[in-house]
Write a protein that binds this ligand. Structure first.
Ligand code: LEU
Length: 456
């Protein structure tokens, strides 16, 4: 079975692919503007706590469910003998499809910035971001290119496509970020940016901030959408799941934290307000690069948006892999056909998001959430539903399922497959305890309270 489905050829290949899924626009585009809107360092503290305390155990559970069953998220629950629980898989599929529909649009912005800066057609100035996103033909074209690239890699399968791409792209990304941080901290006002980022003011925390920090933790770690169940299904039985999950979490959180060190000095050096929403890095950074002057600015600017596109690419691959694996496993459809058809469908679903940043007024002011006085664009609304709401709900159900339905004993047998020494270790004991008590209670409580706060 496993050989027909393909699989990762090496442990590091899996870790890089999963870390590639985790590290993406979530770290470099979304994390900074969420920190900016959530009041700075207090958001960062909450996000970190959620990642380690709640998300890490859920990640171990997802990878284990995938590896045990060698199935996509829907088939996994069926194959464990709990058909009704495949509702978690369907929820994951829905989340992944919705997320990819808007994620691809933001990836198109990043990729478009790269091309435009490189070709010298980019106009810098206050209105540049709005003008760029309103040009739907252009954004649509870049979005199509991005989706075609994603479908191409996914259609080629695991070791030849996904693993190979991640092995090259991830290390390059890391080096690029470090270089940009070194530059960022030398800029005027960099210290103020770092202060905003690092010194928490806890009175900034509201229900809505908790809700976004939790959604951000799940989004950033690619949890609750079945991506890691799917990637887990390609992992060899000899791999150590707990230590792989720990590496993935550390890399992802590390890149988000580093992205903050890069962005906030940039934002403050430009004298820009950090609470600018999804346009934050797109509006801020071109000015930074321009201030470098001439060819140097062009090179560094293009380099940055290339980096962002790379990061997004290894994530769009994982998002498309989930419905593709579902079609391959459950409906016996050829991988290539499945990947191309689903990519096309998701591209179409993403059109309203694409048009909601300047092209169509009604989509731009799509809905005003209770407690807010400004309407949000369609793209942001899909994010609130799929990412801030569905993902933590998926995580909650995975924890409950693993601890009480599949049962901790069976789960522990699966994680001990790759490494007996994990048995009785404090890490394993924490994961068990968290899946039984901490995740259900905290995720359940935060979910109910914050959803009530946000939607009613
Ligand atoms: N984890 C990814 C990111 O941070 C997003 C996920 C939906 C694939 O960009």
């Amino acid at each position: 079975m496993a050989t027909q489905r393909g699989g990762f050829s090496t442990r590091i290949g899996f870790i890089l692919a999963a870390a590639g899924s985790a590290v993406g626009l979530g770290n470099i585009w979304k994390f900074p503007f969420e920190v900016g809107e959530g009041g700075g360092a207090a958001f960062v503290v909450m996000y970190l706590a959620f990642c380690f305390i709640l998300c890490f155990p859920v990640m171990v559970a997802e990878i284990s469910i995938g590896r045990k069953t060698q199935r996509n998220p829907v088939g996994a629950f069926k194959s464990l003998g709990f058909k009704r629980w495949s509702v978690i898989g369907y929820l994951g599929l829905a989340s992944g499809v919705l997320i990819l529909s808007f994620y691809n649009v933001v990836a198109a912005w990043a990729f478009g910035y790269f091309i435009d800066i490189l070709s010298g057609t980019f106009s810098i100035g206050g209105e540049a971001f709005g003008q760029f996103t309103a040009d739907w033909i252009k954004v649509g074209g870049y979005g199509l290119i991005f989706m075609v690239g994603t479908a191409f890699v996914v259609s080629r399968g695991i070791a030849g496509g996904i693993e190979r791409a991640a092995k090259i792209l991830m290390p390059t990304l890391f080096i690029m970020i470090i270089g940009l941080i070194i530059y960022a901290v030398t800029l005027p006002n960099a210290m103020e940016g770092l202060k905003f980022y690092l010194v928490p003011e806890f009175d900034e925390i509201t229900g809505s901030v908790v809700y976004s920090a939790l959604g951000q933790a799940f989004f950033s770690l690619s949890l609750g959408m079945g991506a890691l169940i799917t990637y887990g299904s390609y992992v060899a039985k000899t791999d150590n799941i707990v230590s792989s999950a720990a590496s993935i979490t550390l890399v992802d959180v590390g890149v988000a934290v580093l992205a903050g060190f890069m962005i906030f000095p940039f934002v403050f050096s430009q004298g820009i307000e950090p609470n600018g929403g999804p346009g934050l890095i797109f509006a801020t950074l071109p000015g930074v690069f321009q201030s470098l002057g001439g060819i140097l600015g062009v090179i560094i600017g293009a380099f940055f948006f290339l980096l962002l596109s790379f990061a997004a690419f290894t994530s769009t691959i994982s998002l498309l892999e989930v419905p593709t694996a579902y079609m391959v496993d459950e409906h016996n459809i050829d991988r290539r056909i499945a990947a191309w058809l689903i990519a096309l469908l998701i591209f179409l679903i993403g059109i309203p998001s694409m048009l909601s940043y300047g092209a169509v007024e009604a989509l731009g002011n799509f809905v005003t959430m209770p407690g807010s006085d400004t309407p949000m664009p369609f793209l942001d609304f899909v994010g609130v539903i799929a990412n801030d709401t569905f993902l933590p709900l998926g995580g909650f159900m995975i924890a409950v399922f693993t601890a009480y339905v599949w049962r901790t004993e069976n789960f522990n047998l699966e994680i001990a497959e790759g490494d007996e020494s994990i048995k009785g270790s404090w890490l394993q004991m924490y994961v068990d305890f968290a899946l039984k008590y901490v995740c259900p209670v905290l995720l359940g409580a935060i979910f109910l309270v914050t959803v009530a706060d946000k939607f009613f």
